[in-house]
Design a protein around this ligand. Sequence first.
Ligand code: T46
Length: 141
Amino acid sequence: MSVDACRIVELPRLDDARGSLTFIEAERQIPFPIRRVYYLFGVPEGGERGGHAHRALRQLLIAVAGSFEVVLDDGVRQRRVRLDSPSTGLLIVPGIWRELEAFSAGAVCLVLASEPYDEADYWRDYEEFRRSLRSAVASPC
Ligand code: T46
């Protein structure tokens, strides 16, 4: 998959004098059933997370508080996306290495995931990730 297949999803947002409300419905705003929800919080200011890719998992990342940056890498090209709005998500497709960087103080990263947690779905070694992509290109199906 290319980094171009990852995209920003603008979520519905209802603002009034009481504040704002955003909602997400599986298979409407996001193209997969939600099988897991987790969130990253308490990350030190300027801190980093991630450093891996997934074989099959699709995810939507949302900065529900504060901000952070996501570096997407398909083994050839990189793309940097800043998330800083609770009504904006970043859809990450399988086969994309991601690094989360530059967390602001108090940032919370909410993640909606298409599958339950499975360590076997991870590439956690960047060179192994690139080798796997190269062998997939060399012998497609
Ligand atoms: C991703 C970014 C945005 C679980 O037991 N269950 C879970 O659902 C998750 C996500 C993690 N874990 C365990 C696995 C590790 O022992 O929690 C520990 C920390 O996980 P990790 O180092 O993978 O955390 P991050 O913040 O680097 O990455 C996570 C997700 O793993 C990853 O899919 O895209 O958040």
